[in-house]
Ligand binder design. Sequence first.
Ligand code: ADP
Ligand code: ASP
Ligand code: MG
Length: 426
Amino acid sequence: MARIVMKFGGTSVAGTERIRRVANIVRAQAAGGNQVAVVVSAMAGETDRLVNFCREANPLYDPAEYDVVVASGEQVTAGLLALTLQAMGCRARSWLGWQLPVRTFSAHANARVGDIEAERLLAAMAEGEIAVIPGFQGVSDEQRITTMGRGGSDTSAVAIAAALKADRCDIYTDVDGVYTTDPRIVARARKIKHIAFEEMLELASVGAKVLQTRSVSLAMKHDVRVQVLSSFVDDGAPPADSLPGTMIVSEAEMQKLLEEGQVERQTVTGIAHDKNEARVVLTRVPDKPGAVAQIFTPLGDAGINVDMIIQNVGRDKGETDVTFTVPQAELARAQALLEDKREAIGFNRLITDARVAKISVVGMGMKSHAGVAATMFKSLADRGINVQAISTSEIKVSVLIDEDETELAVRVLHTAYGLDSELAPA
Ligand code: ADP
Ligand code: ASP
Ligand code: MG
């Protein structure tokens, strides 16, 4: 007998027929004598629809009321799944974020998960009741509903698995694992059977949306066994533990698999893209100490995350151009702040471009292999793709390119690092 948390994403619960299939998968796990808690997302497209309603009602919406609206999508699917399980003769009930409660802190619309009180849930599960929990939502210290940022149901599931000390946290989605890149872009992408936490964390943070970044850091911190697998299976399919998905494992476990010859370490494990950044260029900034601080301090104070930064070599008369990226959603705010500080910073022009994409290659193997960045630049150059900015970390290289070239760049790099599967694309 095991204690299992199962999470189903938006496409997996998009309508009552899909929810019935999910209920079948859940029932099979419970029938094996396991204690089961299920975390569900809103139906596919529902959260976007609710966000748009907020924008229409008030473009400068109050994030606390936004949370009241957008948290409702998960409440609907939790209730529907409990009803469907009951119709199948299973004991099941829903537990909303405030009922557990799932405590969260910090900003509305992007809350971070804190303590989860699991005693009542554990007692109900021990009695054989299936717990159905809406993902994405929690409750603040002020007793208000919060949500955890887009894709937050993954984080809910991992946090609940940690609180329940679950044996496994199975993340069911619309692909059957983590691939070397988004399989919807590259048909020759390969499924990765085991991936280390650090690599998954880096891939998620640079745009592989299969798992929310915070869910991976939580899993790493609490040592939660996370598995990514598909909910799109036949009703009679074998239970999750025998399906080949992707296991997220510790570096120690990875080392063991490498030594046993069960996995082969590639220099590059995966490639991700992110179209949600925007580029800002400030021209003719004075090339003197303190100039960049004048630019980035107000952005930092306003909570705007700056990612890539380049300061061009000073042109003439002690002036320089400074290029950087911010999240697209923050571009208007960043622009207003910088215009406000025009005199203090002393720049000439402010140029922005939202039609950019960040392409990143990630792999633990980079720690011991040189030349990864050079391969990236050469492969892109051979296809005439211009690199506008670069950033690196110990296990990642990212470049900023024209958004229209995203798919081409991802494909070219996937081939260049030897990641293409041998199977012909479907
Ligand atoms: P869910 O609604 O189940 O949470 P998401 O849409 O958030 O699902 O995440 C699954 C999607 O992530 C896949 O459909 C796929 O297009 C995308 N994706 C991006 N990068 C990867 C990757 N490296 N491996 C698998 N899927 C990826
Ligand atoms: N429904 C939320 C979203 O679309 C949370 C999630 O699906 O993980 O972002
Ligand atoms: Mg998701």
